[in-house]
Design a protein around this ligand. Sequence first.
Ligand code: ZN
Length: 197
Amino acid sequence: MQSLIDNARKFAERAHDLRPLADGQHPDVLFITCSDSRVVPALITGGSPGDLFELRTAGNIVPEYNEGRGSGETATIEFAIEVLEVEHIIVCGHSHCGAVNAILYPGAPSALPAIHQWLADTEPHDETRKATSFLDGDALTSAVQRHVQVQLDRLQGHPSVAKRLERGRLSLHGWFYAVGTGTVSTLDPQDGHFRPL
Ligand SMILES: [Zn+2]
């Protein structure tokens, strides 16, 4: 923690470079990913301040759109589309994801009630679990990749997203980041497979 505080104290030394950011933000991308500390979007993409508008949730979950019930996630998506007019949305899952692991192997709800509630409210467990029923090898990787596809499908149910897609002014991308190697794979929508970016 102390090193983080020390760096924060020194950050103002970069004020000259940061000053233009006070005039506004014009990111091109909404980057939706997990809260996991090992996933650092700006580091992975080389993005600078102002390049990526981020939505981070446990398990990079996008809730179903619900007209009568607002949520922080829906508000973030709407702002990115309607106000910032981003032209790309990336949903990036990752290896070793604790949230997707919790979907596959749920423990006792009493130990982590908020996590269980979040996953129960937002995740079609059967869809994510399907990934493990037909693929050998790394079941969690398969589940995360299937999970990314589920979130991309969900996004299309958000009116702001659907409207921009219809007008051809928005592209959706599914990514998978391997924590231990730094490899990024992208979803090929034609066949549903992830391949190196
Ligand atoms: Zn995760």
